[in-house]
Write a protein that binds this ligand. Structure first.
Ligand SMILES: Cc1ncc(COP(=O)(O)O)c(C=O)c1O
Length: 374
């Protein structure tokens, strides 16, 4: 294949995106007031069957907003998976609380109820399960543990918009759930995020904190320290159009995963995330190359690149980062997170990725794996 590189991700604008953005521009409502924000929030809440959706400028601050509104502060501990994008635990640090980086399950790659149980201490106030790469975490058990220990649960659904645990959508289990609409996500607003909740009080707190902490009845009167975490009407215009397309986008991703699984099935050393029968929305089709290590996995990435295929490593465990080295953050060492990170590779996944390209990627991956695995 001597064509352009196959990208790892790209957005798909199949519906009303341009029409709505032009409408927003022409209306003059380009900042954080405007009809698209209200509509996007209303429709996103309706899609999830929850009472409130609060749009934000990105997914990282959605997490910070959720934690802040929940009163997470210095002296508190929050359990988060070690294997996730760094924003999940950074948001806890922004609150001056301590993220406890906890190991994930070797099969589904999500924070496991067992490791949560081991991490709970009197200081623990919350858990942030992440639905990694679009694969639902075991929320029913996690909510049971949280209920027993009186812990708040904030679902990090950044990579998993529309994923199903049984027949229930992720984002409807936790007390608050946070989404990302970054350009490579399941649906996008360029940059963007959302918090959803059924709790009236938390929703009101998030709305106030998102808008500098301004009193909702008295303009320019501030009762607390807040932030400017608002989404623009232009972002929301894109978001609304993407939401209208979401089910189509998801079916297309289902097909992509099905094809990858079929084409890679002959290689027993290439292993997918276990879904327990749930709907993984395949943010990025990601596999373990069994027996590889950080070095050989990176050689496979280079080899794919030579064949014009963009791929990327799985996230490094957060406790590898210099500012998370203190064992206070990861008392358990987290061997599963390390081995998934060392073997993991994400493959091109975007709506419109042609079957012959998937076949080509699978072929090149198997060849590279056979060449470099010991
Ligand atoms: C698991 C996870 N949490 C949080 C975020 C942060 O979202 P954003 O990039 O919109 O700030 C991301 C996005 O990349 C993510 O993958």
């Amino acid at each position: 294949m001597n064509e352009q590189k196959i990208q790892i991700a790209k957005p798909s604008f199949l519906g009303n995106e341009k029409k709505y953005v032009l409408d927003a521009l022409e209306s003059g409502w380009i900042s954080s007031i405007g009809p698209y924000i209200d509509r996007f929030e209303r429709e996103f809440a309706a899609y999830h069957g929850v009472k409130h959706a609060i749009a934000t400028h990105n997914g990282t601050i959605a997490l910070h907003l959720a934690l802040s509104a929940s009163g997470i502060q210095a002296g508190h501990e929050v359990i988060v998976p070690d294997l996730t994008f760094i924003a999940t635990s950074n948001a806890v640090r922004y609150c001056n609380a301590v993220p406890i980086l906890t190991d994930v399950d070797p099969d589904d790659w999500n924070i496991s109820p067992e490791s949560i149980m081991h991490a709970i201490k009197p200081e623990t106030k919350a858990i942030i399960p992440v639905h990694l790469y679009g694969n639902p975490a075991r929320m029913t058990e996690i909510m049971e543990i949280a209920g027993k220990h009186n812990l708040l649960v904030i679902e990090d659904c950044a990579e998993a918009t529309g994923a199903l645990l049984g027949s229930r959508k992720v984002g409807t289990f936790g007390h608050i759930s946070c989404f990302s609409f970054f350009g490579n996500k399941i649906m996008t607003t360029g940059e963007g995020g959302m918090c959803v909740t059924n709790d009236d009080e938390l929703a009101e707190k998030m709305r106030i904190l998102r808008d500098h902490g301004m009193n909702r009845k008295k303009k320019y009167w501030y009762d607390q320290l807040g932030f400017n975490y608002r989404m623009t009407n232009m972002q929301a215009a894109v978001g609304l159009a993407q939401l209208e397309q979401l089910d189509t986008l998801l079916s297309s991703r289902d097909e992509i995963l099905r094809r990858y699984k079929e084409k890679l099935s002959s290689c027993k050393g290439i292993v997918f995330q276990q879904t327990h029968g749930n709907r993984n929305v395949n943010w990025l089709v990601t596999v373990r190359l069994k027996g590889m290590n950080f070095e050989t996995r990176d050689v496979v990435i280079s080899e794919l690149s030579r064949h014009n295929i963009d791929s990327r490593p799985v996230f490094y465990p957060i406790h590898f980062m210099s500012f998370y080295k203190d064992p206070v953050f990861s008392p358990a060492g987290n061997p599963n997170s390390i081995s998934i990170a060392s073997e993991g590779i994400s493959l091109p996944t975007y709506v419109g990725l042609e079957e012959e390209k998937i076949d080509y990627i699978a072929h090149c991956l198997i060849k590279a794996y056979e060449k470099y695995s010991t």
